[in-house]
Design a protein around this ligand. Structure first.
Ligand SMILES: C[S@@+](CC[C@H](N)C(=O)[O-])C[C@H]1O[C@@H](n2cnc3c(N)ncnc32)[C@H](O)[C@@H]1O
Length: 333
């Protein structure tokens, strides 16, 4: 297949699998891109990992493209191709979605309750750190409970539709310590970083933008420890800093797709060692796309071909739920 054909297929797949039913504008734009020779040629001038739909669309949005018909998008990116290219080379898809806390929360609360201790959270691939505050957000599960921190939350409630027997807690777990690792930690207090995170939110998702802004306020007010570096290199040193009296949870969401297969296998082996053999109890929550997991040796995905855009939540390597990729739904297995 030619480069253009591979890119075209990637955009068509993104339109049909990820955007359909979730972002009509991105679905339309990406379908049009998949048959637009001039745009495919432009994308072909970028290194392969930089041709991602989310990166291209985010770069155009960061530079101010109007959300409208494809012709407007097309002429904007062709007129501003130098700037679009620069943003695509300098930035990465680092979407930070606090909504994902809704699907992590039941497991986090169970871990804390079973251990009878507060949590120490380590997020690998933390972006700006917005997922490190599950104790500061409010949640509305339907059907299910509405939960919020004792003093309420300044962040609009995260809504999550539910199927199956989700083990809801009565209250939010306490978090004693929070830390993250990222190749390029974003700074919630930096205007350009905040604007980039907003540009990565899909166009019709205005509630997600509102939530992102409020979540970044939470991060700014009480910043987590964010370590710059590769998760495989930084995890063990960071783990050594976790307070001894807390239940340690290492988690990640939409991160493993960015690792090559040896990197994913190394991480998985480290985590399995930690959950089985470590001197202290370490818990592992993985929230990743099916496609990513299918590339991992020994992944516990029944059907590696299954790619409906949903994510799989795993606890200590065992599948426990299917979820909406941004935390909008949870189906307990
Ligand atoms: C799509 S974002 C997800 C952010 C966050 N986990 C969330 O769910 O909102 C993926 C993040 O993983 C980071 N990342 C990718 N590869 C990494 C690696 N090898 N080590 C550390 N961070 C990595 C990226 O920089 C990016 O911030």
């Amino acid at each position: 297949m030619t480069t253009a054909a591979v890119t075209a297929e990637r955009y068509r797949r993104f339109a049909e699998v990820e955007a359909r039913g979730y972002s009509p504008r991105y679905e339309a734009w990406c379908l049009a891109i998949s048959t637009d020779g001039e745009i495919l040629e432009f994308l072909g001038t970028l290194p392969a990992p930089r041709r991602q739909p989310n990166l291209f669309l985010g770069a155009a949005r960061f530079l101010g493209v109007q959300i409208g018909d494809y012709e407007g998008f097309r002429s904007f990116v062709l007129d501003r191709s130098y700037d679009v290219r620069q943003v695509m080379l300098q930035r990465s898809t680092q979407t930070n979605e606090a909504g994902r806390c809704a699907v992590l929360l039941p497991s986090l609360a169970s871990i804390s309750a079973e251990e009878g201790r507060s949590l120490a959270l380590i997020e690998v691939g933390a972006s700006a750190g917005a997922c490190l505050y599950p104790d500061r957000y409010a949640y509305v599960y339907s059907p299910g409970p509405a939960l919020q921190p004792p003093g309420g939350s300044a962040v609009p409630a995260i809504e999550c539709s539910v199927s199956g027997d989700v083990p809801f807690p009565a209250t939010l777990p306490r978090v004693l310590w929070r830390a993250g690792i990222d190749l390029n930690p974003l700074d919630a207090g930096n205007d350009d970083d905040a604007r980039w995170l907003e540009a990565l939110v899909w166009p019709e998702h205005s509630a997600r933008v509102e939530r992102l802004r409020a979540a970044l306020d939470v991060v700014r007010a009480d910043p987590p420890l964010l370590v710059r570096g590769d998760l495989n290199e930084q995890l063990l040193p960071l783990l050594a800093q976790a307070p001894p009296d807390a239940a340690v949870v290492v988690f990640h969401s939409a991160v493993l797709a960015y690792l090559d297969e040896p990197g994913r296998n190394r991480f998985r082996a480290t985590m399995l060692d930690l959950v089985r053999d470590s001197g202290r109890a370490v818990h592992w929550l993985s929230h990743e796309g099916h496609g990513t997991l299918a590339g991992v040796s020994g992944a516990l995905v029944k059907d590696p071909q299954e790619r409906d855009g949903r994510f799989l939540l795993q606890y200590n390597g065992q599948a426990i739920a299917r979820t909406g990729a941004h935390g909008q739904s949870i189906e307990w297995l």
